[in-house]
Ligand binder design. Sequence first.
Ligand SMILES: NC(=O)c1ccc[n+]([C@@H]2O[C@H](COP(=O)([O-])OP(=O)(O)OC[C@H]3O[C@@H](n4cnc5c(N)ncnc54)[C@H](O)[C@@H]3O)[C@@H](O)[C@H]2O)c1
Length: 336
Amino acid sequence: MRFLITGSAGFIGFHLARRLLADGHTVVGFDGMTDPRDAALKAERHEILRRVDRFRAVEARLEDIAALTEAAAEAQVIVHLAARAGGPASLEDLRAYVDSNLIGTFNLLEVARTVRPRHLLLASTSAVYDGAAVTGPFLEGAPTDLPVSLYAATKKATEALSHSHAHLFGIPTTCLRFFTVYGPRAGPDSALLRLVDAVLAGRPIAVSGKGELRRDVLYVDDLVEAIVRLIGRPPVAGVPVEAEGVVDTLSPSAPWRVVNIAGDTAIRLAEVFAAIEALLGRRLEKRLRHLASTPIDETCTDGRLLEALTGYRPSTPVEVGIPEFVGWYLGHRRCG
Ligand SMILES: NC(=O)c1ccc[n+]([C@@H]2O[C@H](COP(=O)([O-])OP(=O)(O)OC[C@H]3O[C@@H](n4cnc5c(N)ncnc54)[C@H](O)[C@@H]3O)[C@@H](O)[C@H]2O)c1
């Protein structure tokens, strides 16, 4: 099949493109190479993908609709991952979030309207639950109308924009809510990368609730497997998934649904800290922080809807995933 992946030089886009190429598909990767902090990593990711001749890179911004139209021309499936993602930089340049995530996604939807892919999949985030008047586990039906960061607001808005396009133009669309994703070749906003960095630098980090809070972390290969399986499950209006204990989010008026990407991988932060300390042979200096001071204290969910749709439940344990990640990171630091 022919794919368009936006954000292909990014962390998740790279891993997804590599998997689809390995499966024999053709991929156009679209990326504006936007963030100078990981420019070398982005260039390296595209370089690796270019080794397969079924990959073509288009290095342009989502705001450039002509470039996007050309890149998408033959796509049968579009996976839209490019975005100004969350992270510490999110308060510094608010307009960049609007440009990339709102204008950029609107452009993408307009292009999809012409190209008419079999399935359009868009990255959203667990940050949309942040600020909801509920505690975890966060299921897809939980209220998400009160985002507390501009990042989350733009992602919630892109979910809504894609719903109206699915309704008006019949484009089968799945919004994917990712939780914390980690793995080799993660970018500078990766929570785990910042943690490993802090341990290596002997820098203290702020911790809520003594690290007893749980968080869903997902190894990137599990995320890619989930996306690959969902690609083959475009929503069909009027055909909800039937499974005990599962509430489908299929829209009553459009071929559209939203799915949490999660499995059995929720973990207490204290266990993440312990695993990293053991691997690095150093102690992490923690500063306790009051719970009210951080918006994302506990982001756990379960992957019931994902499993009902795909038969897949992400399960790579942190005992496997964290050593893979730390091994890559130490090698990357030595070379870089
Ligand atoms: N990594 C996570 O833990 C996580 C969690 C929740 C949601 N997400 C979402 O998943 C998607 C991928 O995340 P990631 O971790 O790979 O992020 P990333 O920052 O590594 O990759 C995003 C890519 O998008 C590109 N991009 C940004 N703005 C662009 C624009 N205007 N035009 C063209 N390209 C642009 C960047 O150059 C970058 O390569 C994002 O939409 C993000 O919001 C990620």
